[in-house]
Design a binder for this molecule. Structure first.
Ligand SMILES: Nc1ncnc2c1ncn2[C@@H]1O[C@H](COP(=O)(O)OP(=O)(O)OP(=O)(O)O)[C@@H](O)[C@H]1O
Ligand SMILES: [Mg+2]
Length: 259
């Protein structure tokens, strides 16, 4: 089992504090969902975990099986088994989807133990078939000209090929049609198990109908303010966030921008 521990994490962007003490522990074999109003720091948390240079950790810690993640460069974090599917995946011209995937897989393997081309192609064919992706997408440049939904599906292809220990999926459900949502969920559910833990950022219960989370967390004003089981997401869908604000005596969420 692996464990990712986030302790009292404070993160600033351009001198503005966005995360104000996030605590979260993820184990493999667990699926966590984070929900919360817009602008409360969910994507910031994802970027801080992956080491985006713009996001400055001012205090707190992130450890993966006791190792200090904050000390690691971005590529070292990926090598250690962390994976991020971004809210807005970027397009990279000149690098094909297949080449990118093979490099990413090999980056996690020891030198001299690279995946053979044959094995890679077999695996890629299998996974693309499973995710109902047309074969030509492997040879297209990474995300270039991909539709919103195709990009999201492609993130899941990366996930199932790279097989990280922990994945942070930022709004993987946004912009997906119903069929694509089912396919993406199928991909995530296939990963579910002993060697895999996941943090899904989402606004909607809809995704959680397909992937039942073990834990649901609510983020507000840069903190995880409430945690529960999947029933918490159902209540949020039905009632919104006001009851939590009242329960915790939180003023309007806009406050974060004035801090
Ligand atoms: N590069 C940046 N420069 C300035 N402010 C930023 C930057 N990145 C994020 N912020 C601010 O940090 C706050 C949190 O943003 P973040 O993207 O983490 O929110 P979120 O919870 O993911 O929201 P959403 O649900 O809308 O995706 C916002 O007020 C945002 O404007
Ligand atoms: Mg976001």
């Amino acid at each position: 089992m692996s464990t990712l521990v986030i302790k009292d994490l404070h993160v600033s962007i351009e001198d503005k504090e966005i995360l104000k003490g996030v605590n979260l522990t993820l184990n493999t074999n667990e699926i966590h969902a984070i929900m919360g109003p817009n602008g409360t720091g969910k994507s910031t948390l994802a970027s801080a975990i992956m080491g985006h240079p713009k996001y400055i950790v001012t205090s707190g810690s992130i450890t993966l099986d006791g190792e200090d993640v904050l000390e690691m460069e971005v590529d070292e974090r990926a090598k250690a088994g962390l994976f991020l599917a971004m809210q807005y995946p970027s397009e990279i011209s000149g690098v094909t989807n297949a080449d990118f995937l093979r490099s990413a897989i090999n980056a996690r393997r020891e030198e001299g133990d690279e995946i053979s081309i044959m094995k890679f192609i077999r695996e890629l064919d299998k996974k693309m078939d499973f995710l109902e992706m047309p074969e030509e997408m492997g040879q297209r440049y990474l995300n270039e000209g991909f539709s919103g939904g195709e990009k999201k599906r492609n993130e899941i292809l990366q996930l199932t090929m790279i097989k990280p220990k922990f994945a942070v999926l930022d709004e993987i459900d946004s912009g997906l049609d119903i069929d694509a949502l089912k396919v993406v969920s199928k991909g995530i559910n296939e990963m579910r198990g002993e060697g895999f833990g996941c943090l899904m950022i989402t606004h909607y219960q809809r995704l959680l109908n397909y992937i039942t989370p073990d834990y649901v967390h609510v983020m507000m004003q840069g903190k995880v303010v409430k945690s529960g089981g999947s029933e918490l997401a159902q209540r949020l869908e039905a009632e919104g966030y006001d009851w939590i604000k009242q329960e915790l005596g939180i003023e309007d969420a806009e406050e974060i921008t004035e801090a």
